[in-house]
Design a protein around this ligand. Structure first.
Ligand code: FAD
Length: 141
């Protein structure tokens, strides 16, 4: 079945690492159950999340996420059917923005800051694609 991909950004309601750990613990268990895979980019104050799976599962997951008080200012960046998953092997890969190689990061900053809500959607999709090829040099250093 053709997978659906949905990417959104939001603002973290609190900066505590424990909150992110707890979100990921539940997310991974639910996503394994529902056949959803993806990426959660964790910035100092932002989340960008990419969800992939069958359309119904991605929709249900996203609707749960929109009700979650642990983030605010949710904005859908893009959604649609895609030929294949970028994160097929990850029930929810976590990438801390601070761990992204600075030569990659520089291309996605606006006035020196990571501001997904001001980035064109194609730039965010390209950033996620680069992160999916993490072994290819997007991460660390
Ligand atoms: P329940 O566990 O029954 O909780 C009821 C309500 O309380 C929900 O609105 C829930 O969001 C909220 N809630 C739960 N725990 C807390 C808490 N510790 N503090 C405050 N409120 C809480 N879930 C997935 O299944 N897959 C994902 O990929 C995923 N990604 C997420 C990404 C982000 C950025 C965030 C913020 C959350 C994500 N979640 C994800 C979690 C999701 O929002 C739900 O909490 C989770 O799916 C459980 O949903 P539920 O309806 O069973 O809620």
């Amino acid at each position: 079945m053709t997978p659906t991909r949905l990417i959104f950004s939001s603002t973290r309601a609190d900066p505590s690492p424990q909150t992110v750990d707890s979100i990921l613990r539940v997310s991974r268990a639910n996503n394994v159950r529902d056949g959803v895979t993806g990426l959660l980019i964790v910035g100092e104050w932002q989340f960008v999340q990419l969800l992939e799976g069958d359309r119904a599962s991605v929709s249900r997951c996203f609707l749960r996420i929109t009700r979650d008080p642990r983030h605010q200012d949710r904005q859908v960046i893009s959604t649609g059917d895609v030929p294949h998953r970028l994160f097929a092997d990850h029930s929810m890969e976590r990438i801390d923005f601070s761990s992204v190689r600075s030569s990659v990061l520089q291309r996605y900053l606006i006035n020196g800051a990571f501001e997904p809500s001001r980035m064109p959607h194609v730039a965010i999709e390209q950033f996620c694609r680069e992160l999916s090829e993490g072994g290819g040099g997007a991460l660390h250093g």
